[in-house]
Design a protein around this ligand. Structure first.
Ligand SMILES: Nc1ncnc2c1ncn2[C@@H]1O[C@H](COP(=O)(O)OP(=O)(O)OP(=O)(O)O)[C@@H](O)[C@H]1O
Length: 292
């Protein structure tokens, strides 16, 4: 089943008389329990796609379907469908309210669900493996990785079907990056979440994505299974993106396949296994903890 589908999405930003065609004719779909990596350089339109999906920008053309239902203008429907898709942003400092403790942040999000479906705050804290004693802290008292875990817990509080993660590891140091990526893969497997994972870093994406969609100048230029694209990109732009991954991790293409260095070899995240090795997409998934 398709959890999220984007059909022929175009977004034009208008500033005065100037028009900026940020996204043109983008199609993508994410199956239940799958992760799609959306990659491309800065300015290629990735965040605009994400914002259109969660309703932060209005598509100029095209539609977004959640669980097969079009997000239309009916307010009640919009509210329900939007809850099914939650976005996590790059910078938790601007996405978390600095005046709320972790507990208040999560309680506020959990309260959006009817009482009988609600998570307890402690369950959410446990779900993202935050030490329980951090629950009374404010965002400025947490590390970057801990803040991003709070942001993930807040997104999970409404039991979404789809997570849109926009460069969520970009502001973290290397060890926090690896542990947030591991958490995401683990949660996604346990909860059968679908995920759109946005990054400019092709070395990161293969650790989390089953499939990759490559964007350039607002258009999709290549798509396919993550390991295939990383091993044998067909579009020149994708090849250039891979070539931009720091030298020690690059294959020349002339060595036998068995000796070809993986792109992440020597990369700070190189010890993480590729996505399909971490969690088989066909492996039986878990389910949401049942409401108390
Ligand atoms: N609100 C806006 N008004 C006008 N132009 C915008 C607006 N937001 C984004 N753009 C432009 O749209 C294009 C796509 O931007 P977008 O942020 O979607 O790209 P991106 O691939 O996510 O890049 P980054 O990783 O740097 O965020 C860029 O040229 C950007 O300057």
């Amino acid at each position: 089943m398709t959890a999220l589908e984007v059909r022929d999405l175009s977004v034009v930003y208008r500033t005065g008389r100037a028009e900026m065609h940020a996204v043109s004719g983008v199609n993508l779909s994410i199956g239940a329990g799958r992760t799609v990596g959306l990659v491309g350089e800065s300015g290629s339109g990735k965040s605009t796609v994400a914002k259109a999906i969660v309703g932060l920008v209005r598509p100029t053309e095209g539609t977004v379907l959640v669980d097969g239902h079009q997000i239309d203008r009916s307010r009640e429907r919009l509210r329900l469908l939007r809850r099914r898709v939650q976005m996590i942003f790059q910078d938790p400092n601007s996405s978390l309210n600095p005046r709320l403790t972790v507990r208040s942040t999560l309680a506020e999000a959990a309260a959006l669900l009817p009482r009988q479906q609600r998570f307890e705050v402690d369950e959410l804290i446990d779900l993202v493996s935050l030490p329980p004693h951090l629950s009374e802290r404010f965002p400025h008292e947490l590390s970057g990785g801990q803040k991003q875990r709070v942001a993930i817990a807040r997104a999970l509080a409404v039991r979404p079907a789809v997570l849109v993660a926009d460069e969520i590891t970009a502001s973290l140091d290397v060890s926090a990056q690896a542990s947030v990526l591991r958490l995401l893969a683990d949660l996604q497997h346990r909860l059968q979440l679908s995920c759109l994972f946005i990054t400019h870093d092709l070395a990161v994406v293969k650790h989390v994505a089953h499939d990759i969609v490559v964007m350039r100048f607002g258009e999709v230029v290549e798509r396919g299974q993550a390991l295939d694209i990383v091993a044998e990109p067909s579009h020149e732009y994708t090849k250039a993106l891979i070539a931009a991954v720091p030298r020690p991790f690059k294959a020349t293409g002339h060595e036998p396949a068995s000796r070809r260095p993986s792109m992440s070899e020597g990369h700070p995240l190189g010890r993480l296994a590729p996505r399909d090795a971490v969690v088989s997409p066909t492996a039986p998934g878990g389910s949401w903890p049942s409401p108390k």
